[in-house]
Design a protein around this ligand. Structure first.
Ligand code: SF4
Length: 295
């Protein structure tokens, strides 16, 4: 179905029928990763690799439940393989089913050579800081972005104590490359004791959000709607989000893998999730932003 018709169908179902229609499906295709970022819990645990058949069935089920937007994550999803197939095969299968927006969250160390999807590439700061956190991979990542099959590539940073002081430098540096369609971000989301030692909390969190909002006002391509900025700043938004699901080999979670941990949800800093909450609340600035970034 045409994407605009899909949007209209979704709005009707949400506004008129008041249904909680599924909106976004994420899939942890593998936990295998070739980097070793200190804040990532999910890498190389041995518990998350999909077989080909499970992956196809999961995509089919998600589509029949009503999802039309999809993202692949990991580990490093570009490393996923099974039964002689790779991620490109899953992307093609999802396209054939009818998924409209397909995103791959990647560390960018492998060629971005799959067509028919957008990439969200983690860059964890200006070159020196990124290289410290992400095993000296900056040059390789930027080279892969330069040669990506699609212009739909976004940079994404996870703000933590190591990189927060470099926010402004990072935004200027990434924007000057003119390789990315936008810059998205997360605030390190974890157990309270990990956030206390490595994350951004309290007044520092507010100052960071204010800085990002100011940079956006100055014209930098930061993916942050006014509604999401306000919701994140006040930490007032409805969560978890039943219209988002995350599939792993053994379970489909509502919202994300931390849904059973209210202490984690209480200070959730997954900005994309907050954006979705504002889209579902039909906030004009969030709707406008998603249309602009995905068309
Ligand atoms: S931490 Fe909670 S609110 Fe945030 S994405 Fe995960 S489940 Fe949703």
């Amino acid at each position: 179905m045409n994407r605009w018709l899909e949007h209209a169908r979704y709005a009707f179902s949400t506004l008129v029928l008041r249904r909680q229609t599924p909106y976004l499906f994420g899939m942890v295709v593998t936990d295998v990763c070739n980097l070793d970022c200190f804040y990532c819990e999910s890498k190389n645990s041995g518990g998350y690799h999909y077989s080909l058949n499970q992956a196809l069935r999961t995509l089919d089920d998600a589509y029949s439940r009503g999802h039309r937007s999809l993202y692949f994550t990991g580990g490093e999803p570009m490393l996923w393989q099974d039964a002689g197939k790779d991620l490109e095969f899953l992307v093609e299968h999802a396209r054939r089913l009818g998924f409209g927006d397909i995103f791959i969250f990647t560390n960018g160390t492998l060629p971005l050579d799959i067509a028919g999807c957008s990439y969200i590439v983690t860059i964890d700061g200006p070159q020196e800081v990124h290289d410290r956190i992400r095993s000296g991979s900056y040059e390789q990542v930027i080279d892969n972005v330069r040669h990506a099959l699609t212009p739909a590539v976004f940079a994404s940073i996870t703000f933590n104590r190591e990189n927060v002081a470099f926010c402004e430098q990072f935004v200027a540096e990434i924007s000057s490359l003119q390789l990315f369609r936008g810059i998205s971000f997360n605030l390190l989301t974890h157990w309270p004791e990990i956030v206390a030692s490595h994350g951004i909390a309290g007044e520092e969190r507010i100052q960071l959000l204010d800085l990002l909002w100011r940079l956006k006002g100055e014209g930098y391509p930061i993916a942050l709607s006014r509604a999401a900025y306000r919701a994140l700043r006040s930490n007032r938004w409805k969560r978890p989000i039943p219209q988002i699901e995350l599939g792993t080999r053994d379970r489909v979670f509502m919202c994300c893998r931390d849904v059973d941990n209210p202490e984690v949800c209480a200070t959730c800093g997954y900005a994309n999730c907050v954006e979705v909450s504002q889209i579902l609340a039909l906030k004009p600035s969030a709707l406008w932003q998603v249309m602009r970034l995905t068309t």
